[in-house]
Design a protein around this ligand. Structure first.
Ligand SMILES: O=C([O-])CC(=O)C(=O)O
Ligand SMILES: [Mg+2]
Length: 644
């Protein structure tokens, strides 16, 4: 028996006389009809009289879709009978008949989607069998937030804060999001970089309850069934990793799961995508991390990574199953794949699926926004600047390409010419024509005519960049000498140190400001505290893709987009740069503060959706008139719902 639990509230779904939560059962009748039984626990727990009827399958589908329409935040559960997947001819047979059930009483307090803890009011406690299961006091959600922030702040160790947040997510989802949204600047570093990096490294030892969907080589040939095991069916966004390049920390195998979970919690908190529509996935094809392979607490497959055809087949089965199960409008965000797979997967699936690689495209979009904003401080147009990168992987080449694209659009310069304004240094030195033969394909466009240069300092001195960007994944590579060379060349050197987490940052904020005598325009991937230098306080920007992907995703979802186009990344970038106010500039900021992120995301979503309509890639018709307002209205609100 496969049982998928999706709880829901049917009170607005056209079924009269009931109050929610209650349980709702559909039993199979021969042939194409089902028996519906509804239990109303607020009357008599054992009665099953509200609805008892035979419905054609079609009608049942209507009932369930109207539930989803009425309450997109609802979680509805289906229970399938013993249907063999092989026997089933069509998808319809696979998903029907269902049983929908909602927890009440003790189980309600343990259902994270509906639990409110002490915030259940007197009437709800009566109606839902909660009397005696809670202490007498009733408190507001705001007071719960206050109390939890108080206790989270007491933890000295960031990982303890992370674990407290994960426990809360599992206990009371709405409270988790309320906490995160109301305290975004304080809690972002807890649920996201840098702490999520440490959490992934120690995932096996801190593992308590599984979150997300694990798809390993053991599930080959059964991925559609695995997707069916997930309790939600109305999935709009999937973040998937294979754990091979988690942040700048390398191969963490199955323990990379912390990343899709973290990213998706930002989809909800920052971009307002409904949590029940988000699915975190880790594809486990093994790991080449010896330490993990020998770690008795490791949670993944204990084998070295599958590659080549075996890898490609598993990924293809996954991509196909996702489209078959959730349709073509589900957004699949690739996250933290190694370079050798990331580019290929994006190229392979971008013409058939709605896919987006956050490390290549999201990072590019956020950095371009920061550069456009920085130009207001340093002057000139993008085409007037020279860019040097340390690191020529996903982020480096992704950012470089988007900058070149924007320069080419702004000046009508051919893309090839625009690329010449950008140079990249990798672990072997400057990328130049004479290295062409041995270069990976994604580096080839950046092989310019130039003498080889072995190290970064010499490259800075020779190329004389105005902008230096670190995407190397290697910490402390912007040495004093490098920063001083940038400061000697430029009145206001732009220095972005993007590798994550903090330990991998190419330099710290303090180093950038100190070594440039306070002249650097600095941003980093992971957050740094403000720095005081010569009596002035400098607030570093956080050039993290978290500014972009939640809003971009919302824009794609709300327009019903079927493909991601580079122009949407430019549109997202433009919207973000436009949210930097004069007041922000006056404080030296080139990114707006994260505390305004939901507003920012709404503007990004609107710009992206507008572009989707313009390009004919949007399927939601008609186009809403005011896209910003529409985006705001679409956003998930974590305030508790009344159950009466
Ligand atoms: O997760 C982050 O903070 C940014 C990112 O995508 C990465 O570093 O891979
Ligand atoms: Mg990433």
């Amino acid at each position: 028996m496969i049982s998928l639990h999706r709880s829901c509230f049917l009170n607005n779904a056209g079924i009269s006389g009931s109050s929610s939560p209650f349980s709702y059962k559909l039993k199979k009748l021969p042939p194409a009809s089902v028996k519906v039984t509804a239990l109303a626990p607020n009357k008599d727990r054992n009665s099953s009289v509200l609805i008892e009827n035979s419905h054609p399958l079609e009608e049942i589908k209507d009932v369930t879709s109207s539930i989803a329409d009425v309450d997109p935040n609802s979680t509805v559960s289906f229970e399938e009978p013993e249907v063999s997947y092989d026997d089933a001819a069509s998808d319809d047979q696979l998903v029907t008949p269902w049983s929908l059930s909602v927890a009440s009483g003790y189980a309600l307090l343990r259902d994270p989607h509906h639990n409110k803890g002490l915030a259940f009011n007197e009437k709800e406690r009566d109606a839902h069998y909660l009397r005696g299961l809670l202490p007498p006091t009733v408190i507001s959600q705001d007071l719960q937030v206050k109390k939890l922030m108080h206790s989270i702040r007491k933890y000295q160790v960031p990982l303890q804060k992370y674990m407290a947040m994960m426990d809360l997510q599992e206990l009371n989802e709405r409270l988790f999001y309320k906490l995160l949204i109301n305290n975004v600047e304080e809690l972002l570093p807890v649920v996201y970089t840098p702490t999520v990096g440490e959490a992934c490294q120690k995932y096996g030892s801190i593992f308590r309850r599984p979150q997300g969907l694990f798809i390993s080589l053991k599930e080959k040939g059964k991925i559609r069934e695995v997707l069916r095991n997930w309790p939600q069916r109305n999935i709009q966004v999937i973040v998937v990793t294979d754990g091979e390049r988690i942040l700048g920390l390398g191969d963490l195998g199955c323990q990379g799961m912390g990343i899709p979970i973290g990213k998706l919690s930002l989809y909800t908190a920052l971009g307002g995508v409904c949590p029940s529509a988000c699915l975190p996935v880790t594809i486990d094809v093994g790991t080449n991390n010896e330490k993990l392979l020998n770690d008795e607490f490791y949670i993944g497959l204990r084998q070295r990574r599958a590659t080549g055809q075996e890898y490609a087949e598993l990924m293809h089965e996954f991509m196909t199953a996702v489209k078959q199960t959730y349709g073509e409008k589900v957004l699949i965000q690739f996250e933290d794949f190694a370079n050798h797979n990331a580019f290929d997967l994006l190229a392979k699936y971008s013409t058939t699926h709605l896919v987006f690689n956050d490390d290549i495209q999201g990072t590019a979009s956020v950095v371009l926004a920061g550069l456009v904003a920085a130009l207001k401080v340093v002057g000139g147009t993008l085409a007037d600047h020279r860019f040097l990168f340390l690191g020529a992987g996903e982020a480096g080449t992704g950012i470089a390409e988007l900058i070149a694209l924007e320069i080419s659009k702004q000046t009508n310069m051919p893309l090839q010419e625009a690329r010449k304004k950008i140079s990249l240094v990798d672990s072997k030195g400057l990328i130049v024509k004479s290295r062409m033969e041995s270069l990976q394909h994604f580096k080839k466009p950046w092989a310019h005519d130039h003498e080889p240069i072995k190290n970064l300092v010499d490259a800075v001195k020779e190329i004389k960049p105005t902008v230096l960007i670190g995407t190397s994944g290697v910490g402390r590579t912007f040495t004093k000498e490098v920063v001083e060379a940038m400061a000697a060349l430029n009145e206001k050197p732009v220095i972005f140190s993007l590798s994550n987490p903090t330990s991998q940052s190419e330099c710290t904020a303090e180093e950038a400001y100190t070594w440039s005598q306070g002249r650097a325009i600095f941003a980093s991937g992971s957050p740094f505290d403000p720095v005081e230098y010569n009596g002035r306080v400098f607030v570093p920007g956080q050039a993290n893709n978290a500014y972009i992907f939640p809003g971009l995703g919302l824009g794609l979802i709300m327009s019903g987009a079927i493909r991601v186009h580079d122009d949407m990344l430019l549109a997202a970038s433009e919207a973000l740069a436009a949210r930097v106010t004069q007041e922000n500039f006056d404080k030296g900021l080139i990114y707006p503060p994260f505390r305004n992120i939901r507003k920012i995301s709404a503007h990004i979503a609107a710009n992206v959706a507008a572009k989707a309509y313009e390009l004919g890639l949007a399927t939601r018709q008609p186009q809403p008139q005011d896209l910003v307002k529409y985006a705001e209205n679409c956003m998930y609100n974590p305030a508790y719902q009344s159950y009466r």
